[in-house]
Design a protein around this ligand. Structure first.
Ligand SMILES: [Zn+2]
Length: 308
């Protein structure tokens, strides 16, 4: 049993805004840190992948216990225990002084072990409330080989990049025999998941101020005009069929403006470069259900399974 990782909604929104408006410097840095975090998590997924036999891996769980929301990067369950991995993709030199973490420049950062302790306690209490009593171990994992931490005591629950393979190899030596109730716990955790992160740190944005257009799948630049059924990127020269590009652009519209209806006119305006409304209407009709309500009609759901 395995739950794959996707870009968070937050990262998708920030990426889209990044190419459709000028972000302030703190927002640009925030986007970079989200990209970096996601890159680190994907790297971790690749490293742990060969060691998952007899284990359940759940990624990116957003849970709540007694009105406190917490996020788990990676939860690994064997028949013996649950292991939490909080994945960090920091690079550069850092040092520790007692309980405080500093960049080599002397700037203090939030102690990542506190976040790990907090999620561990919340998960433990949540499981207790469900009558589940598997022991929990938790680790901070540094996946970037360019990260170094001076003055780190040896007893901290940290796995550094050069230790990861050895850690996983040893972990695998502990045999795990999953029974149905372990799968039930996995399903139960997934069913408790919050679908929306309640507190996105997003910049304010306004439809009228966003750049309209269809983004290139490869470089994120905007496509030039539509030539028959093909879009050509002026930036990187790649081409893409119109239909998948339009569906992706509709997804982006729905993500940024969940309160707006998907109509031919709305998408025509959002895409900017498509001359005929009919071209858009045809694709929408093929892929969504048309809902007629009095004078207004709009598209909803997806009728094909052509999206990834
Ligand atoms: Zn491009």
């Amino acid at each position: 049993m395995k739950r794959y990782r996707n870009e968070s909604k937050e990262l998708k929104v920030m990426r889209s805004l990044g190419s459709r408006m000028d972000l302030s410097e703190p927002d640009r840095n925030y986007l970079v840190s989200l990209e970096k975090g996601y890159e680190g998590e994907c790297k971790f997924d690749g490293l742990i992948a060969p060691y998952l036999d007899g284990r359940i891996l759940l990624n990116d769980l957003l849970l709540e216990h007694k009105n406190t929301v917490f996020q788990l990067d990676s939860l690994l369950m064997s028949s013996l225990k649950i292991i939490l991995f909080e994945v960090k993709n920091l690079e550069g030199d850092y040092y520790l002084e007692r309980d405080c973490w500093f960049l080599s420049t002397g700037k203090e950062i939030t102690n990542p072990l506190h976040q790990l302790q907090r999620s561990t306690i919340l998960l433990r209490n949540l499981l207790k409330g469900l009558g589940i009593s598997l022991p929990i171990e938790s680790y901070l994992v540094f996946v970037n080989p360019e990260f170094y931490l001076y003055q780190a005591p040896t007893n901290l629950p940290i796995i550094f990049h050069p230790q990861l393979n050895r850690y996983f190899t040893n972990m695998q030596k502990e045999r795990s025999f999953l029974k149905n109730h372990h799968y039930d716990i996995g399903k139960q955790l997934l069913s408790l998941e919050l679908t929306d992160a309640p507190s996105f740190r997003l910049p304010k944005y306004d439809y009228s101020l966003l750049k309209k257009g269809i983004q290139c799948f490869a470089c994120g630049g905007m496509y030039g005009e539509l030539l028959k059924t093909t879009l050509v990127c002026k930036n990187c020269g790649r081409t893409e069929g119109f239909e998948p590009a339009l569906l992706r652009t509709v997804d982006e519209f729905k993500l940024l403006f969940p309160e707006r209806k998907v109509t031919t006119n709305a998408i025509h305006d959002w895409c900017g470069i498509v001359k005929k409304r009919l071209t858009i209407r045809n694709v929408l009709t093929r892929n969504y259900r048309l809902i007629n309500k009095g004078k207004s009609s709009y598209f909803e759901g997806e009728i094909s399974n052509s999206t990834d």
